[in-house]
Design a protein around this ligand. Structure first.
Ligand code: ARG
Length: 466
């Protein structure tokens, strides 16, 4: 859609006081229509609710109300059809729509702005938009969690290495590892829901900053626009952008989680790990190396955190030190939020697709799980449980046996009973029962632990809550 740069008058919206046209650079720095056109539907909804309220309290006549409503509906359709001409000389979405309304219905359009200012208008539009984005993010996170739960269910008993310091630590189950991400993404969704509940207050009616002398009904507009209540302080209503900061904070934490899972997918899909196979749908080939299958979607999802956290820092920095109430600085609030919301939606969708499509390589995972003396803790626990050894002593005995296996280049369960008894004579054949990776994960039945039975229970529990 073209933005018409030519202004015919000094300023069609407040020409009264202005004799001269703005400088071209002024127009360029001042105009927000290039991006705030994304708020068109919120702006029209807000104006429809405001007009209905003005009519209901007798400020707007019934015939003017009808003309305004019909005009606004038509403008909404024009915008949807792509037939609307956005004009940069009209600065922003609010004045573009009002000006078009005047073209369509004449002077009655001028009555719509009674008891309203662009300050409460933009605060409303932006809040409606961010609130919707919170709900979208919650839904997208629900879809991602569902994909992870499917993986967790299918791989509840599948053994893989658990890492600390990216060194093999203890065997865990694939399902348990998937559930770790389910927990993160559930908290992310809860953060968006919390933010959404806190921003569920309608700023319309604050007018420029002080409220209005007109007998408006703020409860009516709040209810019509789906808010729980009107905001309680008119100055705060037009000054606050912490609702957007909360959205960006929740988005930043979520993007951090997405980047961690992305990183694991990149590592797991490498030839060296070969823990998973990614589908062709989420990989690319190389223009020169025919053998390559690159995890581009995971890499890009890993990178999105950059622009999302960047957006948070941008808006934090814009808002810092701003005196009350509205300042034009706040027009810079929209682009970072739009960009972060788009990036997050894309990253969540890509991750959901990758998770649904990735296939764990069972044989390789099991083999890797057994490497690195991953059941050493199980051996130490056995010494404590069966021989009544203090854990520190058991740790020492186990360390000696690990060293022996390491020197021989074999796994712990390849040592013989007499090797073991050479270090601790009371060890019996039964110790071999805990040295397999399957026995190790089966034994970890504590609540929230990695045992297949616990994983299966947790999958069912999280599914029921969804
Ligand atoms: N385009 C403006 C913004 O995005 C709308 C509010 C303008 N208010 C004002 N007092 N100039 O912030």
């Amino acid at each position: 859609m073209a933005v018409d740069k030519a202004a015919d008058k000094a300023n069609s919206m407040w020409g009264g006081r202005f004799a001269d046209r703005p400088d071209a650079i002024m127009e360029e720095i001042n105009a927000s229509i290039g991006f705030d056109r994304r708020l068109a539907s919120q702006d029209i909804r807000g104006s429809l609710a405001h007009a209905a309220m003005l009519a209901s309290v007798g400020i707007l006549s019934e015939s003017d109300h009808r003309a305004v409503s019909q005009g606004l509906e038509e403008i909404g359709e024009e915008i949807e059809r792509g037939a609307f001409v956005f004009r940069r000389d009209l600065e922003d979405i609010h004045m573009n729509i009002e000006s078009r309304l005047r073209e369509k219905i004449g002077d009655a359009a001028g009555r719509l702005h009674t008891a309203r200012s662009r300050n409460d208008q933009v605060a409303l539009d932006f809040r409606l938009w961010v609130k919707e984005q919170c709900a979208e993010a919650e839904a997208a996170l629900g879809r991602l969690a569902a994909a992870l739960l499917d993986q967790a269910e299918a791989g509840a008993a599948l053994v893989m290495p658990g890492f600390t310091h990216l060194q093999v630590a203890q065997p865990v189950t694939w399902g348990h590892h998937m559930l770790a991400y389910v927990e993160m993404f559930r908290r992310d969704a809860a953060r968006f829901a919390d933010a959404r509940a806190r921003m569920d207050e309608c700023p319309l009616g604050a007018a420029a900053l002080a409220g209005t002398g007109f007998a408006i009904d703020r409860d009516m507009t709040a209810a019509a626009l789906g808010f729980a209540r009107p905001t309680a302080n008119s100055i705060d209503s037009v000054s606050a952008r912490d609702f957007a900061l909360e959205f960006l904070s929740a988005a930043s934490i979520c993007a951090t989680h997405l980047s961690r899972l992305s990183e694991e997918i990149v590592i797991w899909s490498s030839a060296q790990f070969a823990f998973i196979t990614l589908s062709d749908k989420f990989t690319t080939g190389s223009s020169i190396m025919p053998q390559k299958k690159n995890p581009d979607a995971a890499e890009l999802t890993r990178a999105k955190v950059g622009r999302i956290v960047g957006s948070l820092v941008t808006l934090m920095t814009v808002m810092k030190g701003l005196p009350l109430a509205y300042s034009k600085d706040m027009q810079e609030d929209k682009e970072p939020v739009f960009d972060a919301a788009d990036a997050l939606a894309l990253a969540l969708a890509a991750m959901t697709g990758m998770v649904a499509d990735m296939r764990p390589n069972e044989a390789r995972l099991r083999e890797a799980a057994a490497q690195g003396f991953s059941t050493a803790t199980d051996l130490a626990d056995w010494l404590v449980r069966e021989l009544g050894m203090p854990f520190r002593d058991a740790h020492h005995v186990t360390g000696t046996l690990v060293k022996m296996a390491e020197d021989r280049g074999c796994d712990l369960d390849a040592l013989t009973l007499s090797d073991m008894q050479g270090v601790e004579p009371r060890i019996t054949q039964a110790v071999f029962d805990v040295l397999s990776v399957e026995a190790s994960v089966r034994s970890r039945v504590s609540y929230g632990g990695t045992a297949p039975v616990r994983v299966a229970e947790m999958v069912a529990m999280r599914r029921n809550e969804a």
